[in-house]
Design a protein. Structure first.
Length: 168
């Protein structure tokens, strides 16, 4: 069984995924890192080829990872918006929605200028709020479990997710 971490950009999927891998001995994969390693910077992919091309690359990665077992998979923020990705990930995995408040996410993503969907001439808060409003119902619908991350350390969130995954 794979542990699949989903949620908004800035919620801590990568940091928590690494910690879960340390705690459990599982291999950790980050879909965004895999895409970057194979195809270059995500911001360049968005700029030169568009979001649709990037989403196709995500699905390619999901197909590959969904054939494996015993992984921790940190997903890109928009990956679960595509039903095919969710179906593939659920075959051998539990999808955990890591949830955080808007204010928490805003503080975390404001410092990161590499996020292509937030490159909007100073309107980061507006765009983030729009994405959060659009994506949260999808995250909740596809999740096997929801873990709130506000006010918790990476270690606390990782241990909570391990308890949930091992209890399943």
């Amino acid at each position: 069984m794979n542990i699949v971490l989903s949620g908004m950009m800035g919620v801590g999927k990568s940091s928590v995924g690494i910690r879960i891998a340390e705690l459990t001995g599982r291999r950790w994969f980050d879909t965004d890192i895999m895409i970057s390693d194979r195809h270059g910077r995500i911001s360049d992919i968005f700029e030169y080829y568009g979001e649709a091309h990037f989403r196709a690359l995500e699905t390619e990665i999901v197909r590959e990872l969904s054939d494996m077992d015993g992984l921790v998979i940190s997903t890109g923020g928009g990956l679960v918006l595509k039903a095919e990705n969710n179906e593939l990930l659920k075959r051998k995995g539990k999808i955990i929605f890591m949830r955080a408040d808007f204010e928490t996410l805003l503080v975390r993503v404001r410092a990161d200028e590499t996020r292509p969907l937030l490159k909007d001439n100073g309107k980061i808060a507006e765009k983030l709020r729009e994405l959060l409003f659009e994506r949260t119902p999808v995250y909740e619908a596809v999740a096997d479990c929801i873990v709130d991350t506000d006010g918790k350390s990476v270690d606390e969130v990782a241990r909570e997710i391990v308890r949930i995954a091992e209890g399943a």
